[in-house]
Design a protein around this ligand. Sequence first.
Ligand SMILES: Cc1cc2nc3c(=O)[nH]c(=O)nc-3n(C[C@H](O)[C@H](O)[C@H](O)COP(=O)(O)O)c2cc1C
Length: 177
Amino acid sequence: MFVFNIEIFIDFKTLHYIMSEILIVYYSRAGNTEKLAKAVGEGVREGGGNPTLKSVEEVEINKLPEYDGIIAGSPVYFGTMAAELKKFFDESVVVRKKMVNKVGAAFVTGAHRTGGKETTLISILQAMLISGLVVVGDPLETGGHYGAAGSDEVGLKEGRALGKRVAELAELVHRKK
Ligand SMILES: Cc1cc2nc3c(=O)[nH]c(=O)nc-3n(C[C@H](O)[C@H](O)[C@H](O)COP(=O)(O)O)c2cc1C
């Protein structure tokens, strides 16, 4: 009896055509938001997408149109997003026309239990709406509000659920398979 061992090699370029490419862009000074970003990335993978994690300093604006979805994260600074993430959105204006219908979502961390998390999430979603993205919050299973908040177990669970939702929705919107 013969046994055929068939191996299939798929390079990254090909992968781009079959998986949703999700950029997770964040600003983090002390590491809390970065921790949540990693959980969001796990969720994206769980949802069948390919996550790319980049801090705002690393991200290349001209590469943004290559992604199917963008999930942006920030610490709460005085009830809104950090200036570094705002700068990222300001600079993205040059590719605005190419951002239409990409899936967008937000995540934040803050020192206070409430203390501006929702207003910060909304500030990020506002920028995304103005860029033409289709924005979503975390799914009903984690509360169904404006996104993921916090780097404790609850926040990380929200982050994973949010990442999964964005990957699944990007798949529906951009029909990769
Ligand atoms: C300038 C500044 C302003 C802040 N404002 C708030 C705030 O309004 N509400 C809050 O809950 N935390 C506030 N914080 C705390 C941070 O949001 C919190 O420590 C966050 O988790 C830090 O994220 P990082 O570890 O990713 O840098 C502030 C921190 C700084 C440095």
